[in-house]
Design a protein around this ligand. Sequence first.
Ligand SMILES: *[C@@H]1O[C@H](CO)[C@@H](O)[C@H](O)[C@H]1NC(C)=O
Ligand SMILES: *[C@@H]1O[C@H](CO)[C@@H](O)[C@H](O)[C@H]1NC(C)=O
Ligand SMILES: *[C@@H]1O[C@H](CO)[C@@H](O)[C@H](O)[C@H]1NC(C)=O
Ligand SMILES: *[C@@H]1O[C@H](CO)[C@@H](O)[C@H](O)[C@H]1NC(C)=O
Ligand SMILES: *[C@@H]1O[C@H](CO)[C@@H](O)[C@H](O)[C@H]1NC(C)=O
Ligand SMILES: *[C@@H]1O[C@H](CO)[C@@H](O)[C@H](O)[C@H]1NC(C)=O
Length: 503
Amino acid sequence: MAGELTVMICMAAAALLISLTGGAGVAAASAKELRRGFSATHDTSYSHFQPVLTDPTGAFAFGFLRVNSTTLDLAVLHLPSAFPLWRAMPDRPAPWSAAASLSFNGNLVLTDAATNQVLWSTAAAAGDRAVLLNTSNLQIRSSSSPVAVWQSFDHPSDTIVQGQNLTSSAALHSIDQRFAMRLGSNYFALYVEPPPLSSGSVAAAMYSRHTALEAKAQIVAGGGPIYVRVEADGYLGMYQKEGAPADVMSFDTFNHGVRALRRMTLEPDGNLRAYYWDGSRWVLDYTTITDSCELPTTCGAYSVCVQPSGRCACLANATDGPGCAAPSVGSGLCGTTGGEVGGLYSEVRRHGVEPANKELLGFEHAPSAGDCEALCARNCSCWGAVYSNGTGYCYLMDYPAQLMVAADKRKVGYFKVRSMEEAAARGGRAGGVKAALLAVGVAVVAAAAAFGAYRVWDRRRRAAAETRQQLGADGDGLSPGPYKNLGSFSSVELSSSFNSSRR
Ligand SMILES: *[C@@H]1O[C@H](CO)[C@@H](O)[C@H](O)[C@H]1NC(C)=O
Ligand SMILES: *[C@@H]1O[C@H](CO)[C@@H](O)[C@H](O)[C@H]1NC(C)=O
Ligand SMILES: *[C@@H]1O[C@H](CO)[C@@H](O)[C@H](O)[C@H]1NC(C)=O
Ligand SMILES: *[C@@H]1O[C@H](CO)[C@@H](O)[C@H](O)[C@H]1NC(C)=O
Ligand SMILES: *[C@@H]1O[C@H](CO)[C@@H](O)[C@H](O)[C@H]1NC(C)=O
Ligand SMILES: *[C@@H]1O[C@H](CO)[C@@H](O)[C@H](O)[C@H]1NC(C)=O
């Protein structure tokens, strides 16, 4: 049975390799081991993936991957599905057409031959050889060390595979870098990462946390960091010590005797999902967030999600839809104008809203909604406060309002909504209200067209996302998330909120 499966996987892998590479000299191009002095040149005649190193079973290969049809990355692919289980993710990715080369001189180094710039490197202690294990783990080994001097398992991108430890010294990032999974002292959590260029003015927003039940084993303070691992029996185990898991998060096929390659991936929608490979497709086996309002991508920043429909409305009375304003760009709430209301942000008050992640938020006790608001208003790192008139809790947010859900009228929200800052930033950082007004004026004209275009884009995006889901999420179909595409859309929102604030 296992032998049959291996044969099947090998055949599928071979077929796929041929289809991926146009049948051209795969055996000659990819090795089982890279020795010092090895060098391979990127060959753009490969349409999608150029293998350099394969594992003993032929199920995995390491090589040059074409991402989003335009850029070049290094990746470890699961060949039957062409799914990238690991990606190097250089800080400055090169175009696919770049004359790049991969060499091994003790480290793996990706170099742009035209400029002689190092694009990516393992920067580890020197090893003798690089190998790809049958677990998909890419290792650099040295004869003087029993353990690998570097391994891809310690530097995951968006995925962990069965048997791979995710420790607190690493994190998973969705492929667009918007979301992260990190470990705490006795839990793992999912975060909305601060947008690039927010320079510390926005904190990561925790939107999901799984705390160890500690039924079988306790987590001991000072007993070392914890780690999680996807196990063959179909669960995510959380450990402080090998042997007894402190937590077992079971998948649908837990203990069903399914023996197949498993993976867990932090996907572009912010959800963490587990799959197994059934020989022809990745079968969904676990979904961490099942309530769509608890997913940050359902409505985006400055909006309210209505359960259970997942319908979105903007906090500031702007048009309904996902993405009600730019989450944040540039400086903090206390910028050059001293954080004055009307300069960098406007204040929005809403009854009947509360954070979907309120259990994960810090709170203070406050005698009234006004006191709660005051705790936030003069605080430069506070983006919003929600007061619960029932409990007297005042929840404070250190990131732009998101993950808000409709609640009863006794919940009162106060939010700082970015108003003209982005427009000001676009006007060559003039920063003045005049520049902002001008930009808003232009935006008003552009708004109708942009919004129409947005609708079309959004429909396409959703359709594409669904297709990807059905296909088992192929890695290179990157979902254009709201942060990246807010460029035109934020102008719409700026103008609408501007209009409403003038009413
Ligand atoms: C992928 O390509 C599209 C257009 O082809 C672009 O808008 C998008 O930003 C790209 N995504 C990444 C992550 O580069
Ligand atoms: C993977 O390799 C290990 C030894 O390195 C071996 O014990 C194991 O059976 C192999 N697994 C597969 C699926 O080939
Ligand atoms: C995972 O961690 C355990 C405990 O530290 C260790 O024994 C094991 O070798 C690790 N596995 C990998 C693939 O690094
Ligand atoms: C939204 O519009 C309603 C009705 O026009 C108004 O009562 C309410 O104050 C507005 N809310 C905000 C946050 O502007
Ligand atoms: C300011 O707000 C942040 C985020 O809500 C909070 O963590 C911090 O304690 C507040 N600082 C003061 C001085 O109240
Ligand atoms: C809070 O509750 C008190 C007492 O029940 C009531 O007088 C007050 O109007 C409520 N405030 C809000 C904002 O709902």
